[in-house]
Ligand binder design. Structure first.
Ligand code: SAM
Length: 314
């Protein structure tokens, strides 16, 4: 008998969260430490949010066992790519062509990958902290146009629709699967806002309809490391944002995943690029690998997640 959810936390877990954790531990007992740390870090409300998400997923026909599989597939992919990175000191791939077909345009893989990341946004301390940072900093009284590039699983997009007062929520993603998943979550949790959002299947860099100085918020989480030339991305963000726009960007250093094709090795590299592209850091958040300091991560080339509230330089 493998370890169960009850053995790794004293918290009372709602039934679906308990089933998810039991299934994860049953399929991968080595995951016990991560699950223990994750549950200890989650507030009761955040655990309840995960239960609500699992209810939604089940109603969409995705079983809890399937979500546990998605999560564990993503974990195994990350481990494999991290081992490659430690050995070769670079990510496996560096061009979009190498990964687009097998990731973004493979519906089965992309669905598993996005649901896996969604579960990690509820559980992994660094992903959860970035979502908290977004919820704490996104302005709740601003009007106008909200744009999200690469909504993926849709959790940020849905949170923005729930928490803020923007007039229109626009999302652009290169993957049809991500667009579909984001649409489902929005329609389920924000059915009354049907007329207030638009999702478009496009590469951000080819989205000609985005005009200079026209967005009141530009949000892009975990996308910069997925593109060949992130500086083009950042310049475009600076161009389309209004001077007082809320700009939220996350990325990572030394964090290998199958479709991470641009390697930032240091925080300074990220911030220098932002500065050169016309964006000023207003509020940074640095999240080193669990149990390590930022300095240790930089020295040993371990993963660091970074999130920023930025401002357009005028
Ligand atoms: C790792 S997911 C990030 C999901 C979510 N934003 C988050 O922070 O967890 C990356 C998403 O960006 C999309 N993406 C990658 N390159 C893109 C591009 N050039 N234009 C628009 N979307 C892109 C992918 O299809 C995927 O849905």
């Amino acid at each position: 008998m493998s370890v169960t959810a009850k053995a790794v936390t004293k918290k009372a877990l709602p039934p679906k969260v308990e089933r998810l954790i039991d299934d994860i531990l049953d399929k991968n007992p080595l995951h016990q430490k991560i699950v223990t740390v994750s549950l200890a870090n989650m507030t009761d409300q955040e655990i309840q949010n995960l239960e609500t998400y699992l209810n939604f997923s089940e109603e969409q026909g995705q079983s809890i066992e399937y979500l546990a599989d998605c999560y564990l597939m993503m974990v195994m992919d990350v481990l494999r790519e991290q081992l490659y990175f430690q050995k070769h000191k670079k990510y496996r791939y560096s061009s979009l062509d190498e990964v687009a077909g097998s990731v973004y345009h493979d519906p089965e893989y992309m669905t598993q990958y996005m649901y896996g990341i969604a579960i990690s946004c509820f559980m992994w301390p660094n992903h959860l902290e970035m979502l908290r940072f977004f919820k704490q900093t996104v302005p709740t009284d601003k009007k106008g146009q909200y744009l999200e590039v690469g909504p993926g699983h849709g959790l940020y997009f849905m949170s923005a629709m729930e928490k803020t007062d923007f007039d229109k929520f626009n999302g652009i993603d290169i993957s049809e699967t991500s667009i579909g998943i984001t649409k489902k979550i929005v329609e389920y949790f924000q059915p009354e806002q049907k007329a207030n959002y638009a999702l478009e299947l496009k590469d951000f860099l080819n989205a000609d309809q985005l005009k200079s100085n026209s967005y009141d918020a530009v949000v892009t989480g975990e996308v910069l490391e997925h593109v060949e030339e992130p500086e083009l991305f950042l310049r475009r963000i600076a161009d389309i944002a209004k001077p007082d726009a809320y700009i939220y960007v996350t990325t990572c250093c030394n964090a290998a995943v199958i479709d991470h094709i641009y390697l930032f090795r240091t925080i300074k590299e990220v911030e220098d690029m932002m500065d050169e592209c016309g964006l000023k850091v207003v509020k940074p958040l640095y999240l080193p690998y669990e149990g390590k300091t930022v300095e240790e991560c930089l020295k040993d080339q371990l993963p660091i997640s970074v999130a920023y509230v930025l401002q357009k330089k005028v």
